[in-house]
Design a protein around this ligand. Structure first.
Ligand code: G6Q
Length: 537
């Protein structure tokens, strides 16, 4: 099926360009009237999404629906979920893969859209459940017969960011006496810092690499192996692995237990596969991991609705496109008012920018339109005391996506001056959205706020495994829908290859130096090495 229509060739794009000449002004009187704020609110899968503070009106929303229909975004999403080869560049060498991370969580129905892949996910889940039961009942333990209390995930990029963000978000739900840690960076201080805090005898090491070839992960695996050996422990009793079928790491002899992920699951979309599953289910409990999958699956189903008000990821995608392509905003700030979501913006940076940071269409042509924005963010209220100055008065307009929860996770709070801390947190979030929209005029120009800066609010009752799964899938599906609309391949990452090649070249130069071999004197690699003081001049 060919979905390769260029963004600028869509009729609705021209219409939206015209509408963008006079976008909704959030600063005029009554711009945020109660009827508008109530009308621009949708609810889905436990989240309420308020977008009355976006620069859209009825005509724009109708044109965005036309854009969704004309670009067949939902049809493309369903094709993806059903196993179409969406990871490809037509007429050029490319990955040529299906994109089926959604199959990992399509386990709650008798009729999944990709039955074979969902069956594979169920098989892995059953293996995981058995493994965890064996850990619980003492069949699996250390040489002294003691149980494992800690799991360390060794992996990088997609094999780290999503699982780490989810673990930190849900640490509140950890099983008693269990915890997870993560080692990603090849910086030896990363591993040393983590290992120094642990009782290795009670620790499982979970090496996660889809390819089984990643330099950082293989290096850290060896580093951890030698730490285990130095502590008098047998690595074979402590190290498990998650890897792709047939990868160099796919060697059951080498590990206490092995789990698989599949080539149809991209690294940055793999948090709900075994890549996240093993560590999360060990630390949070298997049932909590299933709840996470249930939340993600609910959003995957909602994403099949054609009407944008029924399909929250589609609505979020289209508002992002309005801001990016029609109002010309270059970045997006994701601002969770939840300390537990500390690393969620970092995960989204990868998920969004590695997916949609592309300049070639799915037909291999240079795109003549803007694709993915720069994504960044930090939890509020901390960010308010840091970079919000630029959001309110800087020369760059940054659309903001606020995320909040009505209740705290721990429910350990204090009332001061009539409000508890959770209320203070939420009051700040709402105030920021209003301040960005309304601005403030002042006789002193340095104290005036231009306003008319768009934002949206995403709210749920509490950050739980279910709502975290839903939040993850909202963003994963938003990103995929935007890529479909821009007619780019959101599922490969050729842009990270060149740096790897050059790093290997520099490493081989370093190794040559140690072995006293001849170095090419005028190579930029050698010149930089010398100027950086890493080799003799
Ligand atoms: C994600 C990317 C990338 C990948 C890492 C780790 O989509 O492909 O971030 O996840 O490079 O790869 P491995 O899991 O193969 O070690």
């Amino acid at each position: 099926m060919d979905f390769c229509t260029n963004f600028v060739d869509l009729r609705s794009v021209e219409k939206l360009q015209q509408l963008a000449r006079a976008p909704y002004n959030l600063t005029v009187p009554e711009a945020l009237a109660p009827e508008r704020l109530a009308a621009y609110r949708v609810s889905s899968c436990g989240f309420d999404f308020l977008y009355g503070t976006q620069r859209v009106d009825k005509q724009v929303m109708e044109a965005l629906q036309e854009l969704a229909d004309e670009a067949r975004l939902v049809e493309q999403f369903k094709a993806m979920k059903s196993g179409a080869v969406m990871n490809r560049i037509i007429g050029h060498d490319s990955e040529e893969r299906q994109v089926l991370h959604t199959a990992c969580r399509d386990i709650f129905t008798e009729t999944p859209l990709a039955p074979d892949e969902t069956a594979q996910a169920e098989e892995q889940l059953a293996r995981l459940q058995k493994f965890l039961n064996d850990v619980d009942n003492g069949t699996i333990g250390n040489a002294q017969g003691e149980s494992f209390t800690t799991i360390v995930q060794v992996g990088i990029g997609g094999s780290d960011l999503g699982p780490r963000a989810l673990y930190l978000a849900l640490k509140r739900y950890c099983r008693k006496g269990r915890k997870a840690c993560f080692i990603a960076n090849v910086d030896p201080d990363d591993a040393a810092g983590v290992l120094a805090e642990l009782d290795l005898s009670r620790t499982l090491i979970n090496v996660v690499s889809k390819s089984g070839t990643t330099l950082e992960t293989l290096t850290n695996e060896e580093l951890v192996r030698s730490a285990l050996t130095a502590a008098g422990l047998d690595p074979a009793r402590h190290i498990i692995a998650v890897t792709g079928v047939g990868s160099p790491m796919d060697d059951p002899e080498k590990y206490l237990a092995s789990f698989h992920m599949y080539d149809y699951i991209g690294g940055r979309y793999s948090a709900t596969s075994m890549v996240g599953g093993v560590t999360l289910a060990f630390a949070l409990g298997y049932d909590n991991f299933l709840e996470l999958l249930r939340g993600a699956n609910a959003v995957d189903q909602a994403a099949e609705q054609e009407a944008i008000r029924e399909n929250l990821p589609l609505l979020m995608a289209l508002l992002g496109i309005w801001n990016r392509n029609f109002l010309g905003y270059n970045t997006v700030a994701v601002l969770p008012y939840s300390q537990a979501l500390l690393r969620f913006p970092a995960h989204l940076q990868q998920c969004d920018m590695e997916s949609n940071g592309k300049q070639v269409s799915r037909s291999g042509a240079s795109v003549q339109w803007k694709t993915g924005p720069i994504v960044w963010g930090e939890p509020g209220t901390n960010g308010q005391h840091a970079f919000y100055q630029l959001l309110h008065q800087g020369s760059e307009i940054v659309p903001a996506e606020f995320i909040g929860f009505r209740e705290s996770q721990y429910q350990a709070d204090i009332i001061i001056n009539g409000t508890d801390s959770q209320q203070k947190l939420l009051a700040n979030m709402l105030a920021q959205s209003l301040a960005l929209a309304l601005g403030r005029s002042h006789e002193n120009p340095n104290k005036s706020f231009p306003g008319n800066r768009p934002s949206s609010l995403l709210l749920a009752d509490r950050l739980t495994p279910y709502s975290m799964g839903a939040l993850l899938a909202l963003y994963e599906n938003k990103i995929a829908m935007q890529g479909f609309c821009w007619n780019i391949n959101s599922f490969d990452q050729e842009g990270v290859q060149l740096g790897k090649v050059l790093a290997n070249r520099i490493l081989s130069r370093m190794a040559e130096e140690q072995e006293g071999e001849q170095l090419s004197p005028d190579s930029p690699e050698l010149t930089l090495l010398k100027l950086c003081g890493l080799q003799a001049m």
